[in-house]
Design a protein around this ligand. Structure first.
Ligand code: FMN
Ligand code: SF4
Ligand code: SF4
Length: 276
């Protein structure tokens, strides 16, 4: 449970009382601002109270002023920059044969860490694969995984189990969108003329989560979206690719090639590179 402390430097301005989404602070009979013991467990460490406290008098859980907060200046043309970013971003599926600098990928990772999670702290981790040769080497493993899946989807009994394992909404995405594309692309994938899975991307960012942990799919896709915007801002192109994570999940060969830890699930993937 996050412990909230308010120091003697508190100016009793009550800003934190008003800002806390879970109404944790209150003004007591002596006029002091205090955390309510019976509500402290509701703290999601959103940091709103700390960000707004001019005298830095309040600390919530593991957050610290040194590590988690910094002065951010907004450029005067921030609105125009934002408009440009969202109006000109598109999913990029054709990449130059050019490696991406580790430093730029690091900036994308950092940008992703600013994406809002439903219930802080962030519960996914990122794995950056910045190795075109490794990605190339892994393509046949995706192909054999999806060949097996195509066979299973044609047979009502395995299909029933896939539906039960994934749940009906996800199953419908697989049946209506993913499998028709995979089926149509399979000859091209197999003869090596096209890579419609990783699109010959030089780099890929994987989103991992602890096995058997809570549902953070929304967090992950919000974060991946921030990743696509960041990639665009830094001169790269990217696409969230839905067919990558489930393939890695089901293929021991892919898990081993990418060194996915045994206690992690792969839940999303973002391919990244310089746009052609
Ligand atoms: C959750 C999600 C999954 C996606 N999966 C794929 C995919 O498997 N393959 C692909 O080529 N694009 C995929 N995309 C990219 C979408 O097709 C793309 O965002 C959409 O066509 C809109 O185009 P835009 O991103 O250029 O605006 C995915 C996007 C999202 C948000
Ligand atoms: S915002 Fe800071 S100064 Fe104001 S009441 Fe809360 S802890 Fe005290
Ligand atoms: S971190 Fe967020 S939830 Fe926790 S006390 Fe501060 S404002 Fe409330």
């Amino acid at each position: 449970m996050a412990v909230i402390t308010i120091s003697d430097s508190c100016k009793k301005c009550r800003v934190c009382v008003e800002l806390c989404p879970n109404l944790i602070m209150k003004v007591n009979e002596q006029g002091q601002v205090v955390p309510q013991a019976e509500r402290q467990h509701l703290c999601i460490e959103c940091g709103q109270c700390m960000a707004a406290c001019a005298s830095k008098s309040i600390t919530a859980g593991s957050l610290s002023y040194e590590k988690d907060f910094f002065e951010a200046s907004r450029p005067e043309n921030a609105a125009a920059v934002f408009d440009d970013l969202i109006h000109t971003r598109r999913s990029v599926r054709n990449f130059k044969d050019k490696a991406v600098e580790q430093e730029v990928l690091g900036k994308i990772v950092q940008a992703i860490s600013f994406a809002p999670p439903a219930f802080p702290p962030i519960k996914y981790s990122l794995m950056v694969i910045n190795d075109r040769e490794l990605l190339k080497k892994s393509l046949p493993l995706y192909i054999s995984m999806y060949e097996g899946m195509m066979k299973m989807m044609k047979n009502p009994i395995p299909r029933f189990f896939i539906r039960r394992a994934t749940g009906t909404p996800r199953y419908k995405v697989i049946r209506n969108h993913l499998m028709p594309i995979i089926e149509a692309d399979m000859p091209l994938l197999k003869n090596g003329s096209e890579d419609t899975l990783m699109r010959h991307a030089p780099a890929m960012i994987l989103f991992l989560q602890e096995k058997n942990s809570e549902d953070i799919q929304a967090d992950v896709y919000i974060a991946a979206t921030v990743g696509t915007l960041a990639a665009h801002a830094y001169g790269l192109g990217s696409t969230i690719v839905d067919v990558i994570a489930p393939a890695i999940q089901r293929s021991p060969g892919l898990r081993s090639l990418y060194n996915i830890p045994d206690d992690k699930d792969v839940v999303a993937a973002l391919i990244v590179g310089y746009p052609k």
